[in-house]
Design a protein around this ligand. Structure first.
Ligand code: SF4
Length: 626
């Protein structure tokens, strides 16, 4: 079987049982692998109404057929389950080398169900899976866990995905960290792992990936690297790192300052990207087979935080621990980022939830009586770090914030839900939706709540977001205004649906969307590398269908869990309260026409939110009962 390891490992922690099955042709034909494989396994494994913390929930790790090869950025893995934050499906996608190592260890996916009676970890090695005791790892942070497991197995090349204290304490804002600093996404995957008493999954493999056309793959890889290096975003990420986006959002008035009370941050120069580049950068590196050295390392050399190092500072990090909480101190941003990685927390949700609490404090909705004596002043670095600590340990006021903004707003009352920046229970990840209408729509319809990477609709930045060539974009009748006018709405519903389908295929291949953001994400290019690796003769049309099928199956999972069409919405603030400053002044999100267009492009029923029967038939999916 070219490209695939050909095996899926099933682990029942309640019974301490491991079984291994072949990766079926049906799964490959329907979903290729990676995130598509994950969604299908999740849908088939987790029963309707399952308790996210219950043994019946599944935690699934999956990789794709090109993982472990030379294909640019083919090193990632997806992890997901039913979310304790949203009650819907959730999954994330992480870099590093863990994903490639799983292939070399002989597996396309791991499906973990049940709950161990005592802390344990999985050792996955060359076709074998062992459940081993983890008592000595429990209570350790993610870096300590990584170091201890490498030492215990005498193998510095062991790859570790694990939880920190956040996951152990089953905090809904907890995530899984791979290779020390690569976050496995949002929605509480770390809490699901903690609920299973599973501390880590350590992977090591020595198996080859069989390639159908090695010469063709080598040539194709070289061609793609040349294409990538001809694109402006390659140089932007290489030279400036991911926080580049924050500068753009500040300039366009969409940086969500003071929890979205302002579009621009009045002290932005203190926390903008140049500060990290000039003062703290140690240089760049990249994950596994990624040719884009945009994963920058940082160190604080002097002062109170001297010696703190971290890497992978994202645009979202700078917003969540900088502009959203109105913090002008870049060292607090770096330390908060490092703490989130060590504790295994989703830094986006943590930052947004702290910003929400600060606004509640500003408005007198909560006081020091609620916060355990903490004065939640805007930009107070000490408070930010203290709250991260309390959230990770599920203590004091952190017990409330650790539940996320939706639950915190229910508790605080006084109409605070109006400025709780979340969708379906997941906090808004980056840009203020009022600044970019298509970006707003992708928050509203994303299957996991308000995250931007499902569609990663970069149309409004002047690009065609993968999938479509310029010619195809014209043929699809996407109006020019989609790219030229960030405040317009016509054509954006269709554009977001197109982008979601294309990005879904990128996820099935487990490529990085930063790398596949433009031409590498064209169906034509994805089909070429996939066929060179697998020899299966995938057509572009078949890839389109896989992307659409995967997106529809995520929808079906959520509908089965009770999601309604009315959940495809946005926070009251961005629908009704115009920004009063900056270049996005006076704008709110005009969501309804975009939703109408999106539903039509998807052939989903506008009233019920369900895919129409003919669409399901076309994709080979079964309907769920309303
Ligand atoms: S672009 Fe950055 S995050 Fe993506 S694979 Fe490359 S180094 Fe990793």
């Amino acid at each position: 079987m070219y490209g695939y390891a050909g095996k899926i490992g099933f682990v029942d922690l309640s019974k301490g049982r491991v079984s291994i099955e072949s990766t079926s042709e049906q799964l490959i034909k329907g979903y290729i692998g990676g995130h598509g494989l994950l969604i299908r396994l999740l849908y088939d494994t987790v029963p309707r109404g399952a308790d996210p913390y219950g043994p019946e929930n599944a935690l699934i790790f999956a990789i794709g057929p090109v993982n472990g090869t030379l294909v640019p950025s083919s090193n990632r893995f997806s992890v997901g389950g039913k979310s304790p934050a949203t009650g819907l499906m959730v999954s994330g996608n992480a870099g590093g080398l863990w994903g490639s190592e799983l292939k070399w260890a002989g597996f396309d996916a791991l499906v973990v169900t049940g709950r161990a009676t005592k802390p344990c970890y999985l050792l996955v090695e060359d076709g074998r899976i062992s459940i081993l005791p983890a008592a000595e790892l429990w209570g350790k942070d993610t870096e300590q866990t990584d170091v201890l497991l490498k030492a215990a197995h005498g193998d510095p090349n062991l790859r570790v995905a694990c939880i920190g204290q956040g996951g152990e304490n089953r905090v809904p804002l907890a995530t899984i960290i791979g290779d020390k600093t690569h976050s496995g996404g949002r929605g509480g995957t770390g809490a699901v792992m903690g609920s299973k008493n599973l501390k880590a999954v350590a992977v090591r493999g020595h198996q080859d990936v069989k390639i159908a056309d090695p010469k063709g793959l080598f040539e194709e890889t070289q061609r793609l690297i040349e294409i990538l290096m001809s694109e402006p975003h390659y140089w932007r990420y290489k030279d400036k790192g991911s926080p580049s986006g924050t500068t753009l959002y500040q300039e366009t008035g969409a940086v969500t300052a003071y929890n979205g009370q302002y579009g621009q941050f009045d002290q932005f120069d203190s926390v903008g990207r140049e500060v990290y580049l000039n003062r703290y950068s140690l240089g760049t590196t990249s994950c596994g087979s990624c040719p884009l050295p945009g994963w920058r390392k940082y160190v604080i050399r002097e002062g109170r935080f001297a010696g703190v190092w971290t890497d992978g500072l994202e645009n979202s990090t700078v917003q969540c621990f900088g502009t959203k909480v109105a913090n002008p101190n870049p060292e607090i941003v770096l330390v908060a980022h490092q703490m989130s990685n060590l504790y295994g927390l989703d830094e986006i949700s943590v930052g947004v939830t702290i910003a929400f609490a600060m606004e509640c404090f500003q408005k007198g909705i909560i006081t020091t009586k609620d916060t355990g004596g903490l004065e939640l002043r805007w930009g107070d670095g000490e408070v930010i770090l203290k709250l991260i600590d309390l959230i990770a340990h599920d203590q004091g006021f952190g017990k409330i914030l650790g539940q996320g903004t939706r639950k915190a707003a229910e508790r605080f009352g006084h109409e605070s839900e109006k400025f709780a920046l979340q969708v379906k229970g997941l906090e808004i990840s980056t840009v203020d939706p009022r600044g970019y209408q298509a970006w707003a729509l992708q928050y509203a319809v994303s299957s996991r709540g308000a995250h931007h990477m499902r569609a990663y609709s970069t149309w409004e930045f002047g690009e065609t977001p993968g999938g479509l060539s310029e010619k195809e974009a014209k043929e699809a009748n996407i109006p020019d205004t989609v790219r030229k006018d960030r405040f317009s709405v016509k054509g954006k519903g269709k554009a977001v649906a197109i982008a979601e389908n294309a990005r879904a295929v990128v996820d099935c291949l487990e490529l990085c969307k930063t790398v596949a953001r433009q031409k590498l994400g064209l169906y034509e290019n994805m089909a070429k590398v996939l066929n060179a690796v697998t020899g299966r003769g995938w057509t572009e049309e078949e890839l389109r269908k896989v992307g659409e099928r995967k997106t529809n199956l995520e929808r079906l999972f959520n509908l089965r869990e009770g999601m309604k069409a009315t959940d495809d919405t946005l926070p009251w603030r961005v629908l009704h309260e115009p920004l009063e400053d900056g270049p996005s002044k006076g704008v709110v999100v005009n969501l309804e026409p975009m939703l109408d267009e999106y539903y039509e492009a998807r052939n989903w029923d506008r009233a019920t939110g369900h895919p129409r029967p003919e669409k399901l038939k076309e994709l080979g999916l079964d309907p769920v009962d309303p």
